[in-house]
Write a new protein. Structure first.
Length: 208
């Protein structure tokens, strides 16, 4: 598990299935942008290189009932908007998957990122249980189908969740890189996002 501000591009631990890593963080510009604040995705600046074949960022958003507590879903939407803006700036492809109850729905098929605003995410509601296993299986299927058409594209999975589930799914095998964005704001935290990141050897990013 890697903790802290997650890198936007670049496969963890090298390449996977022949996919080339993307641009590296330009740390002088990033730190200048950050100033005295805690490092957030919006602060990141990158060197002027691009991943061969591009990058697909799939955002898996937990819309379960527990995410409605402490305004976690609203916070997750704000984080998601910032990540989508980064994808637009880096000319990446994006996809959005929402999971709750007994469903995992692809709200946005893989496509080139464009300018987003809050109104686009407002209709997304929360409720029901947390079908993490179903959500991750659906994300893996999306990556697998997309890889058939774009084999050189790097595939990055961002999971925005509070981790409040008893599911213990395997790591999606078609994801070159996974980032667990911990949205938990409950009075008594369970810390399951950190454990999931450790189990998957994924990156761990606590939400601001």
């Amino acid at each position: 598990m890697r903790r802290g501000g997650a890198r936007w591009h670049g496969a963890r631990g090298g390449t996977a299935r022949g996919v080339q890593p993307g641009p590296r963080i330009h740390w002088p510009r990033t730190l200048a942008r950050k100033g005295r604040e805690a490092l957030e995705p919006a602060h990141l600046r990158y060197r002027d290189t691009a991943a061969r074949g591009g990058v697909l960022h799939c955002f898996a958003l937990d819309c379960s009932g527990s995410m409605l507590q402490a305004r976690q879903l609203a916070l997750a939407k704000g984080v998601l908007l910032r990540l989508l803006e980064r994808a637009y700036q880096s000319r990446s492809d994006v996809s959005l998957l929402c999971f709750s109850g007994n469903r995992a729905e692809t709200r946005l098929q893989p496509s080139r990122a464009r300018p987003w605003n809050e109104a686009w995410l407002r209709p997304i509601r929360g409720g029901g249980g947390t079908p993490l296993t179903l959500g991750m299986a659906r994300a893996d299927q999306l990556f697998e189908r997309h890889a058939q058409r774009h084999p050189a594209q790097q595939r990055v999975l961002w999971v925005l969740t509070d981790g409040r589930t008893n599911d213990a799914p395997p790591r999606p095998v078609w994801a070159d890189r996974v980032v667990i964005v911990d949205m938990e704001r409950h009075a008594v935290p369970l810390g399951r996002c950190r454990k999931l990141a450790a189990d998957w050897s994924a990156e761990y990013m606590p939400a601001p």
